[in-house]
Design a protein around this ligand. Sequence first.
Ligand code: FE2
Length: 248
Amino acid sequence: MTSFFARLLGKATSRKKQHTLSVDIHSHLLPGVDDGSKTMYESVKMIKAYKAMGYKKLITTPHIMWHRYKNSSEIILEKLEYLKDALADHEVDIEVEAASEYFLDEHFAKLLANKEILTFGDNYLLFEMSYTRAPKDLREIVFDIEMAGYRPVLAHPERYIFMHDDFKEYEELKELGVFFQLNLNSLAGQYSKRVQKIALELANRGMVDFLGSDVHKLSQTETLQRVLASDTLQQVFAKNTILNDTLL
Ligand SMILES: [Fe+2]
């Protein structure tokens, strides 16, 4: 016979608070500026999907990657205003801000020197680099970012193939003060089995600071929805201090 206390415990367990996410810090939702949303219609549809998933604030981050996407703070902020107007027209009530996903290149070095950087929250700077090859002076760049008063956040650390075989690479970056932003859809294997495995490993080691959707198109919001409802995500919350909702 199940005792009263066992039943009570069972109920308490089933009622245990599920962690949710209210803030997203990485996406490509501004139309026509990079490889993300192509039209305003698509942007509005994607943002409706985020709202339905419970998000309250989106910090969208178009690429600034000089060999592919020659964006600037002005272009991004202007597009953001158009997007906000469209959301108001469609009565989609959600907070939207913009920063950028900076690719580490010479153009970035110039922007950094001039402090022409779009940040989010308390001076966080989202950056990415080549998936296959480490920038030769990565430590120096991280140091420069920090000396300029920014807090470096590495986008999707699990996607850098050149780091996969040596976890010390990750540990060293953490020691330098780099925050790690895991892509939620990596947990579902959206990129590859290998990337999924590294994502879980980073999470199990408690090395994740932010979670990002990195959504580029509507179909990826379906994967995102599955990840948000998964036990895996609850385990990520249990093992890491996730900072997203400090930005609300
Ligand atoms: Fe991205």
